[in-house]
Ligand binder design. Structure first.
Ligand code: VGL
Ligand code: ZN
Length: 208
């Protein structure tokens, strides 16, 4: 059972969005090619889906600016611009993404007091989204992950996948992902490799 997990391919993370990733939109045709490849039995897309005034927003922390560190529920937290507020255009999947082929949408980041980079569980590793159990129930043995952003939600989803789906091979599709900073991306790729995640290209994913 081969699955594709598309992370947060939302307007908010594309140019023009509230937390834009450079060239974020450039992955949409690649994601669509993966979707159309016929290689995947199951396609899941995650959506960052914050309530207004989410605790990860710098606007909720007096004297803090976006991209500064702050504290959320007693833990260090990178503070972000207000982004992907549920029900707003910023939170919608990119309009060109082939959503009709997506089997399941996994929302995340809905609790005020904790951020959720991973599509599998909150950052404090406490509350699960249910996606790992769903994938186990579906018998997923191979999981390819891509999307936005490589150095945050893609990385944390892949690291959780390795831990929470021990039966599955986990691969991250590098050219179908983009990151917030170049240094962050290099460090994330290294950390994922060290943890047993294969880093591949979309060409490998479609061919193999
Ligand atoms: C993300 C920062 C905040 C992501 C989500 O999708 O990588 N990054 N919320
Ligand atoms: Zn977020």
């Amino acid at each position: 059972m081969k699955a594709l997990l598309l992370i947060d391919i939302q307007n908010g993370f594309c140019p023009g969005g509230n937390l834009p990733v450079a060239d974020g939109h450039a992955i949409v045709p690649i994601a669509n090619a993966l979707i159309d490849s016929g290689r995947y039995d199951l396609i899941v897309a995650s959506q960052d889906w914050h309530p207004p005034g989410h605790g990860s927003f710098a606007s909720m922390h007096p004297d803090k600016e976006p991209f500064e560190m702050g504290v959320l529920s007693g833990k260090p937290q990178m503070l972000w611009p207000d982004h992907c507020v549920r029900g707003t255009p910023d939170a919608e999947l990119h309009p060109d993404l082939k959503v009709e082929e997506i089997d399941l949408i996994q929302l995340k980041g809905e609790s005020h007091g904790v951020d959720s980079y991973s599509a599998f569980r909150d950052n404090d590793k406490d509350a699960l989204t249910g996606l790992s159990q769903f994938m186990k129930d579906q018998g997923v043995t191979e999981l390819d992950i891509c999307g936005l952003a490589t150095d945050y939600c893609v990385k944390f989803s892949a690291l959780d996948a390795i831990e929470m789906l021990p039966e599955a091979t986990i691969r991250v599709i590098e050219d179908a992902s983009r990151g917030i900073t170049p240094e962050g991306v290099s460090a994330a790729i290294e950390e994922m490799r060290e943890n047993g995640i294969a880093i591949i290209s979309s060409r490998d994913a479609i061919a193999a």
